[in-house]
Design a binder for this molecule. Structure first.
Ligand code: C5P
Length: 223
C-alpha cells in the first residue's frame, strides 16, 4: 500500500474540491486536482483549433500540455496554461462540459496518467478526481468517495453563482449536472465509480466541517 496517497473521488459538486484543499492544508500534503488537467486539455484544444473528437491531436496536446501550478503564499493555486493565467477562466461550466468530452477518450487519459502519478511526492498527496482510487492510484492507503444528490449539488452550485453576483437558473444547472454525471459514470474508460474498498460518504446532509472530520478520522486510522 502507498501510505502517502489519499484519493477522493466523486461527481461534480460533491464538495471534493473544498475537502481536498482543506485536507492538504491540514496534513501539509500536496494536492492533485486531476479535473484541472482535463479542463486544461480542453482549453488548449479550443485555443489551437483542435476539434474535441480529434483523438490523435488531443492525445498529443494532453501529452505536451504546457502548464504550471503556482502557489503564491497562502493564496489559492494559480494555474498558467501556455504562459497565460487561466485560474478563473478554466472553472466555467462550458470548460467543464468540454473537459468531460475529452475525458471520455482513452488515449487522452493515458497521456495524462504519468503526469498525475508524478504528483505523489513526499510527504504525501491528496488526489481529487473521478478515477483516482480505481485507476491512477490503486495502491492508495485511503480511498474516499464523496456523493450527494444531484438536487443538492445543483443547489450548491446555484448558491455559489448567486453569491458571486452572477445570474443562474437552478433547472439549467441541474440538467447540466445530470448530463455530466451520466457521461462520467457511463463511459467505457475509467468511469466514475467508487473503488470496492472506498469509504463512501453521502454529503447531502453534511457540512464541510463534518465531512472533513470524518475523513481526517479515517486518515488517522489508516496512517
Ligand atoms: O472535477 P472537474 O469538474 O474539474 O472535472 C471536469 C471533468 O473532467 C469531469 O466532468 C470529468 O469528465 C473529467 N475528469 C475525469 N477524471 C478525473 C477528473 C476529471 O474524467 N480524474
Amino acid at each position: 500500500l502507498n501510505r502517502k496517497v489519499i484519493t477522493v473521488d466523486g461527481p461534480s459538486g460533491s464538495g471534493k474540491g473544498t475537502i481536498c484543499r482543506l485536507l492538504a492544508q491540514e496534513l501539509g500534503w500536496h494536492l492533485l486536482d486531476s479535473g484541472a488537467l482535463y479542463r486544461l486539455t480542453a482549453m488548449a484544444a479550443r485555443h489551437h483549433g483542435v476539434a474535441l473528437d480529434d483523438v490523435e491531436s488531443l492525445q498529443v496536446l494532453a501529452a505536451h500540455l504546457d502548464v504550471q501550478f503556482r502557489t503564491d503564499g497562502q493564496d489559492d493555486l494559480k494555474v498558467i496554461l501556455e504562459g497565460e493565467e487561466v485560474t478563473r477562466s478554466m472553472r466555467t461550466e462550458e470548460v467543464g462540459a468540454d473537459a468531460s468530452l475529452v475525458a471520455a477518450l482513452g488515449p487522452v487519459r493515458q497521456a495524462l496518467l504519468q503526469r498525475q502519478r508524478d504528483f505523489a511526492q513526499a510527504p504525501g498527496l491528496i488526489a481529487d478526481g473521478r478515477d483516482m482510487g480505481t485507476v491512477v492510484f490503486p495502491e492508495a492507503c485511503l480511498k474516499i468517495y464523496l456523493d450527494a444528490s444531484a438536487e443538492e449539488r445543483a443547489q450548491r452550485r446555484y448558491n455559489q453563482l448567486i453569491s458571486k453576483g452572477l445570474s443562474a437558473s437552478l433547472d439549467d444547472i441541474l440538467s447540466d449536472i445530470q448530463a455530466r454525471d451520466d457521461r462520467d459514470m457511463n463511459r467505457p474508460v475509467s468511469p466514475l465509480k467508487p473503488a470496492p474498498e472506498a469509504v463512501i460518504l453521502d454529503t447531502t446532509q453534511l457540512t464541510i466541517e463534518e465531512v472533513l472530520e470524518v475523513v481526517l478520522d479515517q486518515a488517522k486510522h489508516k496512517g
